[in-house]
Design a protein around this ligand. Structure first.
Ligand code: AMP
Length: 425
């Protein structure tokens, strides 16, 4: 098969690494890719928001299967457009991608199907929203509807903080971190517990559990500092015992897949449930409609089976009777980011020592935001490298990953030193 991956981050590097290992693959392309992905696939400078250009490339290179990494193109309907042009695509339709694209849609779906999630209301105006917050009291969670790249959620400790978040989300302007004004917000109760990420592969009708993972969203050690796209992750998440995973499948994933099919928007692709494990069991915080980044990186390291037939079976509606095998080892990834991230940061700084780092036992390095400039690897984004390792335990994987981190010479980068602390302790 000729396969095209869309995306350019560490998630896509991990997917490219796993897909390239499949005996089913003839040619592997990635658009636009990065310096690390270029070692596994031919990178193509395509604008993936330009669906016509992507389709033209698929025709030219006789692509048999497209794997979409990020949510943006999925919510914009790239899977629909590619399928309509005759190209089999892994990833949900635009209609099914509303599970990530609209928090209000997902909350309503949960309510209608008794899927455990925080109690909520949807609002189109600030006055009613503030009245609701005053009635409910704090802590309370304010969320902008729509894709907000992690910037659309405020967990407010006080009513005043919640009111300020409501004003921020409904007001446009350059100071609004959302970029533009929200048309609708969701306000929901604050859940208490431990968070976990849970992934299931879906074919529109059947869902099979993949693995669980836990990530670290805050920039600094001790889970402090601003929220980021993710500073590290590990898999499995100890809190997701077999019993808890079964509850997540039975109470959350399976009813969602059934409801999406019933409404004529069958979900095909990876369903990524952000869960809060409360004293009453798992509750859904949010859905994403693609692999997590950096959770995908640790999952790909743990996956023993060939990924390609699984992705094709999900696209073809053939997951019933499908099985995936996993290594018993744990995997952990440390994100190395450019100093200043998630705020302003420099691009173009030189990174050395990658080859030495990759020689550490069990280590695997994925590139998240790099570029090759005249043979030198330079930073080209906020999150730049994913230094991963497998180990018998999370503690061993952690020790190996940090031993690899210490071999990387990049004075302009930083990372957390405590990824996995909860599992290790
Ligand atoms: P989301 O983008 O919906 O995943 O929210 C981002 C983060 O906000 C989550 O990972 C949680 O840490 C937190 N969060 C969101 N909703 C809630 C909630 N209802 N209760 C407590 N924390 C929440």
């Amino acid at each position: 098969m000729n396969i095209l991956i869309l995306g350019s981050g560490g998630r896509e590097h991990a997917l490219a690494w796993k897909i390239a290992a499949s005996p089913l693959v003839d040619k592997l392309y990635c658009a636009p890719g990065n310096a690390g992905i270029a070692e596994e696939a031919t990178c193509v400078a395509l604008d993936i928001a330009d669906h016509k250009a992507v389709i033209a490339f698929c025709k030219e290179t006789k692509i048999d299967f497209v794997v979409v990494g990020p949510e943006g193109p999925l919510c914009a309907g790239i899977a629909d457009d590619l399928e309509a042009a005759g190209f089999k695509t892994f990833g949900p339709s635009k209609w099914a991608a509303r599970l990530e694209g609209s928090k209000g849609f997902t909350k309503d779906l949960c309510k209608a199907n008794n899927i455990p999630t925080a109690a909520y209301e949807r609002f189109k105006g600030a006055d009613a929203a503030k009245a609701y917050v005053r009635k409910k009291g704090a802590p309370i969670v304010v969320k902008a509807d729509g894709l907000a790249a992690g910037k659309g959620v405020v967990v407010a400790e006080t009513v005043a903080e919640a009111e300020a978040a409501i004003d921020m989300m409904f007001s446009g302007g350059k100071d609004n971190p959302l970029g533009e004004r929200a048309w609708e917000i969701v306000i929901e109760d604050c859940l208490v517990g431990e968070e976990a990420s849970f992934f299931a592969l879906c074919d529109g009708e059947t869902a099979i559990a993949l693995a669980s993972a836990q990530d670290h969203k805050r920039a600094f050690d001790g889970d402090k500092g601003p929220n980021t796209g993710g500073m590290g992750a590990y898999s499995p998440a100890p809190i997701m015992t077999a019993g808890m995973s079964k509850r997540a499948m039975d109470d959350i994933i399976v009813p969602t897949v059934r409801a999406m099919k019933a409404m004529g928007a069958p979900f095909k692709g990876v369903l990524f449930a952000g869960l809060m494990i409360t004293k009453d069991g798992p509750q859904l915080i949010e859905y994403n409609v693609r692999f997590g980044d950096p959770e995908c990186q640790v999952m790909m390291l743990r996956l023993m089976s060939d990924l390609v037939p699984a992705l094709v079976a999900a696209r073809d509606g053939q997951l019933k009777n499908f099985d995936l095998r996993w290594y018993g080892d744990a995997a952990l990834t440390v994100v190395m980011a450019a100093k200043g991230y998630p705020g302003d940061y420099k691009k173009g700084t030189v990174i050395e020592g990658l080859a030495e780092a990759a020689r550490v036992e069990g280590a695997q390095i994925f590139h998240a935001g790099t570029k090759n400039e005249n043979g030198k690897i330079v930073a080209n984004g906020g999150r730049v490298l994913n230094v991963c390792a497998l180990g018998k335990t999370v503690a061993e994987a952690q020790a190996r990953a940090y031993s690899a981190v210490d071999k990387i010479n990049w004075p302009d980068g930083f990372c957390r030193r405590d990824i996995g602390w909860r599992a290790v302790s």
